[in-house]
Design a protein around this ligand. Structure first.
Ligand SMILES: [Zn+2]
Length: 399
């Protein structure tokens, strides 16, 4: 055994077995029954805690949260929910908030302390903020690159066709270092599904990057948009490279219609992200998974202009998904857990994810008997390891 090897002893895996896990240069090199390891320079005793892969925060907004800043009371829309009005409220709030880099760090520390080691954040790109938010978040990503992997989506919060110059800004955003092209309600926001998706998929094709589109549209409007996204994904050979975030419309469909579109989504290799928000129908997680659709999850907004909720804990997110989905059995609770772990890893196309030989030693030790219990109990004492190094414990990032 090499001198830089660390042996994580007495780690309980999801199958209930106790194991010693050898880590060398940030990778898992061996998994053996507990007690069989010897000679490692460093020993870390997991003391029988449950060891799970680092959580995947699949959808967050690092630029717009006020977490750690002063409390900003939520302002309701005048005549029911209106995306345009909320975007205007957001601009007012952001102008009065602490600097974006500080707020982004607060949010990252919160997420990492709970065990998130992989993240996809949307970052607003539009005529009003230009590429300034992206520049800030790129800088913060660099600062955190040794403790969390972050993908950034160029997110057209003000629409693409409705906000002149946005397509050029998005193109530039990818050139600057954003990893994915975003989108926003092509029909209800831009009133032009073809024009909107031409821009999104055009930039994606040009730069060979993935796509993750915000789609809040309800019922058939949402379903129609998803069908169109699936058709384009397949036509461009982008199966596995496209996600639809929220996809509320799927939750409005009758089971037969939902099954039909689920088959198309599965065939197109499009992933669906849900955070199971309280005041909306949301995608039928079990039905989608049964059809072979990859479902993943994220906090979405944490304490921002859209809502006051969110604690950056993906275990809690798994519980919310299970709770709202009526998941009670162990397999269903484990399915909810997968939306914040392997489902996220698949959507983000992460290499070397999971507790397996050859994988990155990114894991979280939890005080739980097994995964279903972790989902309902949301145990807070956690130790978080990034490539075998302790990066958080007792709810705080270790520096
Ligand atoms: Zn979002």
């Amino acid at each position: 055994m090499g001198s830089t090897e660390t042996l994580f002893t007495n780690a309980k895996l999801a199958d209930g077995t106790l194991n010693d896990i050898a880590v060398h240069d940030g990778r898992i090199t061996a998994i053996k029954p507990a007690g069989s390891g010897d000679g490692a320079a460093n020993l870390v005793d997991i003391t029988g805690s449950l060891l799970v892969p680092g959580f995947v925060e699949g959808h967050i907004h690092l630029d717009t949260s006020f977490y750690g800043d002063k409390w900003i009371p939520h302002k309701p829309c005048r005549n029911g929910f209106d995306v345009h009005e909320r975007v205007a409220f957001q601009a007012e709030n952001m102008a009065a908030a602490a600097p974006m880099d500080e707020r982004a760090r607060n949010q990252l520390d919160l997420c990492i302390s709970h065990g998130t080691l992989q993240m996809r954040s949307h970052v607003m790109v539009d005529g009003s903020v230009g590429l300034k938010s992206l520049e800030t978040i790129l800088m913060v990503r660099e600062e955190y690159s040794d403790i969390i992997d972050i993908q950034l989506v160029a997110f057209p919060q003000s629409g693409i066709l409705k906000s002149p110059g946005t397509s050029e800004l998005m193109d530039e955003a990818i050139a600057m270092g954003a990893d994915l092209v975003g989108g926003l309600d092509p029909l209800s926001f831009d009133r032009d599904i073809k024009g909107h998706l031409d821009v999104v998929f055009g930039i994606a094709e040009k730069h060979r990057v993935d796509v993750d589109i915000h789609l809040h549209d309800a019922g058939t409007l949402g379903a129609m948009t998803i069908e169109e996204i699936c058709v384009r994904t397949t036509a461009l050979g982008m199966q596995g490279h496209v996600a639809v975030s929220h996809a509320y419309g799927l939750g409005d469909l009758a089971p037969e219609a939902a099954k039909k579109i689920a088959a198309l989504i599965a065939k197109s290799g499009v992933s669906i992200m849900t955070n199971a928000p309280g005041n909306h129908n949301f995608p039928p997680v079990a039905l989608l998974r049964a059809a072979g659709v990859n479902v993943f999850s994220g906090s979405d907004n944490i304490r921002d202009s859209w809502w006051p909720f969110g604690d950056g804990d993906m275990l809690r997110r798994a519980e919310i998904i299970a709770y709202r989905s009526g998941f009670y059995t162990d397999p269903d609770l484990s399915a909810a857990f997968e939306t914040v772990t392997s489902g996220g890893a698949k959507a983000l196309r992460l290499q070397g994810y999971g507790i397996a030989v050859g994988a990155k030693a990114d894991f979280v030790a939890l005080a739980a008997e097994h995964v279903p219990e972790a989902v309902v109990a949301i145990p807070k004492p956690r130790r978080v390891f990034k490539e075998g190094r302790l990066v958080a414990e007792n709810g705080a990032v270790v520096r």
